[in-house]
Design a protein around this ligand. Structure first.
Ligand code: UDP
Length: 460
């Protein structure tokens, strides 16, 4: 009882501000962390971009879900971009520039005016400006990266890659091994490096930007990663030599689902919470219900990828010709302009095949879809959240990495089970590891406990 009382007294003065990069994958995982810290009794403020917040409130159950935490609040801030900007992968640099030009100053003012004043900040480590401001104002700052340890480490090693002249490289050298990323010498090729490393010029603005954001991580008091020790242990050791105070709390969605069970109300019929910025088409669950176990190919390229019309038609042919039932997320804005070569027409064969076996939707409750017994494979763009969700659900992946860290993620997945007949066995094994890590006493479970205690002690 005394311990509970001490904990409550300390928690009252710990106020954690959480500030994600304004993208779906980042908002999703950082909101899960916000919910976990709220469950642990900490006061949390979640700082969302105006643009995303409006969408989040329209399409998810966050308001009801977070209403069970009286000390939790949302705040919003401008990302500086006009409303009609699509904020897809093509506008990445524009978003970073805008955050630095506009949001940075707003963030400083907000920090000064927030009451109670945050005792600590968990900021998306891709936004160094927020680390700078927290340090300037003397608020302890933790960096959260939503990417894998392998991807983080590859970004961190960009200066070595440049120095050893493994970067930049020519297209014909894509399959040559990479030697300057310690711990990955046995499997990394040039084509597996984050897509920004394909820049032809070492001063390329995006390459420089992602490198700088990552090299700044050790300036934060700690680094938090959505990964698990058993999956990326050797690379985590490499990272620890630069960022010794490292917490691995992944997969966050699984940790949250297991801890929410003791903290009802459960939010949706499925018990899985939604942080979606698009309206979820739940009718796809009924469609899945009508299919046999492990028969459906689930297809999604995440929230940022933009494909050409030609690529879309090519995938469509493949899916129809596979003769498997398929559930395909065609997000508004997924299909961009054609490449100029003239997109092939949508042939009758595709329309017919889709009518027979396909289900096309704009957005789905993905965690629920992946855990549905009817799903047998996931054709994915290899975003890190999607990868972890698939790992946890033990669904084998077919990877079509699009950009950023996705090339690294797909290599990691391939490394896990390159042979076709091993895929399902390996998916089961890795899924089991993830279950152990979030269970009582598991590595991610324990690291979350340590994080909560450390945040609490800063505030007391
Ligand atoms: N997602 C979803 N419904 C969809 C497609 C994706 O809920 O129809 C979620 C998915 O579960 C994941 C996130 O959107 O949590 C995408 O993040 P990821 O890191 O996989 O890729 P990104 O969108 O950042 O490229």
């Amino acid at each position: 009882e005394n311990r509970d009382r001490d904990r409550d007294t300390n928690s009252a003065s710990s106020h954690v501000l959480i500030f994600p990069l304004p993208y779906q994958g980042h908002v999703n995982s950082m909101l899960k962390l916000a919910e976990l810290l709220s469950i642990a009794g900490l006061r949390v403020t979640f700082l969302n971009s105006d643009y995303n917040h409006h969408r989040l409130l329209s399409h998810s159950d966050v308001l009801t879900r977070f209403s069970r935490f009286p000390a939790f609040q949302f705040q919003t801030i401008s990302d500086g971009l006009p409303l009609d900007n699509p904020r897809s992968a093509h506008q990445l640099l524009q978003l970073f520039d805008s955050l630095n030009a506009t949001t940075k100053h707003l963030f400083r003012d907000r920090l000064l005016s927030l009451y109670p004043r945050p005792s600590s900040i968990i900021v998306d480590g891709a936004m160094t400006f927020a680390i700078d401001i927290a340090k300037e104002l003397g608020v302890p700052v933790f960096a959260f990266r939503t990417i894998s340890a392998c991807a983080f480490w590859a970004y961190f090693c960009i200066p070595r890659l440049l120095q050893s002249c493994e970067l930049p490289f020519n297209d014909e050298d894509m399959d040559k091994p990479i030697k300057s990323v310690p711990g990955m010498e046995t499997f990394l090729r040039r084509r597996d490096l984050p897509s920004f490393c394909r820049a032809k010029d070492r001063s390329d603005p995006i390459l420089q930007r992602v490198m700088t954001e990552t090299l700044n991580a050790p300036r934060a008091a700690a680094l938090i990663l959505n990964t698990l020790e058993d999956l990326e242990g050797p690379i985590l050791s490499q990272i620890r030599s630069h960022c010794p105070n490292l917490y691995t709390v992944g997969p966050l969605h699984a940790l949250l689902n297991s801890q929410s069970q003791d903290h009802p109300p459960t939010p949706t019929q499925s018990g899985i919470s939604s942080n979606s910025l698009w309206a979820e088409q739940r009718s796809c669950i009924n469609w899945l219900d009508s299919h046999p176990a492990k028969s459906v190919v689930y297809v999604s390229f995440g929230s940022l990828a933009v494909v050409t019309k030609e690529e879309m038609i090519e995938f469509w042919h493949g899916l129809v010709k596979s003769e498997k039932p398929f559930l395909w997320v065609v997000r508004p804005g997924l299909v961009g302009l054609d490449s100029g070569a003239g997109a092939a027409a949508v042939e009758e064969e595709l329309v017919e095949g889709t009518r027979e076996r396909g289900c096309l939707v704009e957005w789905v409750p993905q965690e629920e879809v992946l855990s549905h017994r009817a799903v047998g494979a996931f054709l994915t763009h290899s975003g890190w959240n999607s990868t972890l969700e698939s790992v946890f659900a033990r669904v084998p992946m077919i990877c079509w990495p699009y950009f950023a860290d996705q090339q690294m993620n797909s290599r990691e997945v391939m490394d896990e089970g390159a042979r076709r007949d091993e895929l399902r066995r390996r998916a089961d094994e890795v899924g089991e590891m993830a279950r152990t890590s979030v269970g009582d006493g598991g590595s991610s479970f324990s690291d979350l406990g340590r994080l909560v205690e450390d945040l609490r002690s800063i505030g007391s």
